[in-house]
Write a protein of this length. Structure first.
Length: 335
């Protein structure tokens, strides 16, 4: 069957870094996830990512510094205090320091992200940034993923040594979460105004969301001077009402990421970071959850994933790169 001419035209324009309109992205998402049109979108987006980052992948280790029953009460989240039966968790200083040292073992984890719940104590988070700064490999970029913030709070994070923040205006914000979308977007503006690099997101996507909802969520962050955007599927959580919808298929998620990658190929980020790649970042940047039990294995899996996906080099903490070869995987215990 011949490929749809209109889809091919839109995809070509994305490849050549022309601006795509939201309705064009929605059109591309009307095709099934295994269609020729979807396959071409995924292929072009992959090639674009590899080209833009010069085949250099990077790893971000994410450490949860506090969790437990969360007053945010997002209806899809396992930590929502309305349903979560677990205890509060706050990481101990010596454990955080040890994690930061372990993560830096091969100097090939470019950033560390500290994640909290919605009731985070900002003073505590700033102190934890200091601990990571003191114990991580020199040059490691520190990001935070925390609650909505006022302008002065963003400046405090910056002064404490944060490089950036993950902050998204989620799909269903204000309806499925306890936060106003305007407040989420205002926090992104406050973060960028404070000089922090913001990674935003389109999440948590479920199979029931329409293409229009996904595209709208993406376009509202596209002109907010963010560094990157991550695109995530929602994890089904037993006990939440969204569990019944299940999880978006990997192929459909790949198609969405591809379309959004091509839609933002023209984007000029506020900071020119070496080997950044495209605005939709999660192909060349692997996030590895780091905890005491599985952290090391997840870093090893992150190296293998980048290797398996054809990235030829890995970004180090000093912005140099190392060849991501089979030998390197063996040297780092990753195979
Ligand atoms: S704010 Fe974050 S941790 Fe809290 S309920 Fe919402 S998604 Fe979960």
């Amino acid at each position: 069957m011949p490929i749809d001419a209109k889809a091919a035209d839109i995809l070509s324009r994305g490849w050549y870094k022309e601006k795509l309109e939201p309705h064009e992205c929605e059109y591309l998402l009307t095709f099934r996830e295994k269609s020729s049109e979807a396959n071409l979108a995924v292929s072009l987006a992959n090639r674009l990512v590899h080209k833009e980052c010069s085949d250099v992948g990077q790893i971000c280790a994410e450490i949860t510094t506090s969790s437990g029953p969360c007053p945010g009460n997002c209806r899809f989240c396992r930590y929502a205090e309305a349903s979560y039966m677990g205890k509060f968790f706050d990481i101990e200083d010596n454990v955080l320091a040890r994690y930061a040292e372990e993560i830096g073992g091969f100097s090939d984890v470019r950033s560390i992200r500290l994640t909290t719940c919605a009731d985070a104590d900002l003073g505590e988070l700033c102190r934890q940034i200091g601990i990571v700064r003191d114990h991580a490999k020199r040059g490691t970029r520190i990001f935070v993923n925390t609650r909505d913030l006022q302008a002065d709070e963003c400046r405090r994070l910056k002064e404490a040594g944060a490089y950036g923040a993950y902050h998204s205006c989620r799909i269903g914000e204000g309806k499925d979460t306890g936060f106003k979308p305007e407040k989420r977007l205002e926090t992104i503006s406050n973060l960028t105004a404070a000089g922090l690099q913001v990674i935003s997101g389109v999440e948590p996507i479920g199979p029931e969301h329409s293409s229009k909802e996904i595209v709208e969520a993406f376009y509202r962050i596209l002109d907010m001077r963010c560094l990157n955007a991550e695109v995530y599927a929602r994890e089904p959580v037993v006990g939440t009402e969204f569990n019944q919808y299940g999880k978006l298929s990997p192929a459909r998620l790949a198609q969405m990421k591809a379309v959004l990658t091509l839609a933002s190929s023209w984007y000029d980020p506020p900071a020119r970071i070496q080997y950044q790649g495209t605005f939709v970042s999660d192909q060349n940047c692997v996030i590895a959850q780091y905890d005491g039990k599985t952290g090391k294995e997840r870093l090893e899996a992150a190296r293998r994933r980048l290797f398996n996906n054809g990235f030829r080099r890995l970004l180090k903490t000093d912005d140099s790169t190392v060849e991501l070869s089979l030998m390197y995987l063996r040297q780092t215990g990753s195979v």
